[in-house]
Design a binder for this molecule. Structure first.
Ligand SMILES: [Zn+2]
Ligand SMILES: [Zn+2]
Length: 350
């Protein structure tokens, strides 16, 4: 089969490799859609803590079951349309047992430790099948939309970590795909006002055209006193926002975000910072006096993938407009480079 194999930094080739063999408890799927994640692009350029090479990347996957191991439960059969949650937890450690498998120390991830979806076929290993990573999808849900369930699940995790509640004013930094998904979810969670802060003109125009938020602020206009300016824009009487979600990796954003929070405000560190800038300095007393709450969020659970699939199936989220490019496997390398330059939103390989 054809597959995009990463062998080292910026060394990705489309190769002919064997179709993975499906053992007793595994499921083999024909990949129908695999979306390119910013993490894939990061792995391509600089690697990743959890990446083992050589590797077929791609962890945002939907496809059709073509083979089912003998020991797999009857709920799965050849021909089923499915979405795959990429995290394969051990299922038995204290984190897995208490329902937070994304914190499992023995977690293996499809597209990081196991071959992923930038290929014609992909194997879901036994522990993924057993731990609820394969979600059937209705015929009404296109594969390309189902393949975005994984990033949606990561956003659900982030919003739940910082407890977005009805009535909250939510500020989201970044109007890339993740900013869009977080804004849609914040609205579903009952946010009363959503503010999106973005510096790219292209992305601002795209956000405005799609009515992404109540207020869209061009951060390239604001200059040095960005926090005050943003507060003014939101509401001159307000004491700040209730929740800040940095959906970008700029190291200054968490610092600014904490400054614009109201008392008891919440911020979720959702996006990783570049390795060279992973330390930031925060105003300790501000966090202390205002009782600011800081949360971390990493990845998602198989349950959150199921929730995402249900939301998509019920038409509660709109991701169609986010898919700006549909490409073939042969074009993969070119598009890895393109995402870097903000020229695309979601790119799916079909
Ligand atoms: Zn991803
Ligand atoms: Zn575990």
């Amino acid at each position: 089969m054809k597959a995009g194999v990463l062998r080292g930094k910026e060394n990705l080739k489309i190769e002919d490799i064997d179709i993975p063999s499906c053992n007793h408890a595994d499921i083999l799927i024909k990949v129908e859609s695999c979306a390119i994640c910013k993490t894939d692009v990061k792995m391509f350029h600089v690697g990743h803590r959890d990446l083992e090479l050589p590797r077929v990347l791609g962890h945002e996957v939907a496809g059709t079951i073509v083979e089912v191991g003998k020991e797999v439960a009857e709920e799965f059969k050849v021909g089923d349309r499915v979405q795959v949650a990429p995290g394969l937890p051990c299922g038995s450690c204290p984190f897995c047992i208490s329902g937070i498998p994304n914190m499992c120390d023995k977690m293996k991830i499809i597209g990081f430790h196991h071959d992923g979806g930038f290929a014609e076929y992909m194997l879901v290993p036994a522990n993924g099948v057993q731990n609820g990573c394969v979600n059937t999808i209705p015929s009404s849900l296109p594969f390309e939309e189902a393949s975005l369930a994984e990033p949606i699940a990561c956003c659900i995790n982030a919003l739940k970590r910082c407890r977005v509640e009805p009535g909250d004013v939510v500020a989201i930094f970044g109007a890339g795909p993740i900013g869009h998904l977080c804004a849609q979810l914040a609205r579903l969670f009952g946010a009363s006002k959503i503010v999106v802060i973005e510096k790219s003109t292209q992305r601002i125009e795209f956000a405005e055209k799609n009515h992404l938020a109540d207020v869209i602020i061009d951060s390239s206009d604001i200059g040095s006193d960005s926090v005050e300016a943003i507060r003014e824009e939101i509401d001159s009487n307000s004491n700040g926002v209730d929740v800040v979600i940095p959906a970008c990796s700029a190291p200054e954003v968490p610092v600014q975000g904490i400054k614009m929070l109201n008392k008891r405000g919440r911020i979720v560190f959702f996006s990783g910072l570049p390795y060279v800038q992973e330390y930031i300095s925060l105003d300790h007393n501000q966090i202390h006096y205002k009782e600011i709450q800081i949360f971390g969020a990493y990845g998602c659970t198989s349950k959150q993938n199921r929730e995402a699939v249900r939301m998509l199936s019920a038409g509660r989220l709109n991701v169609k407009y986010l898919i700006t490019h549909r490409i073939s496997l042969n074009e993969l390398i070119r598009y890895f480079e393109m995402i870097d330059t903000h020229n695309a939103m979601e790119v799916v390989v079909k």
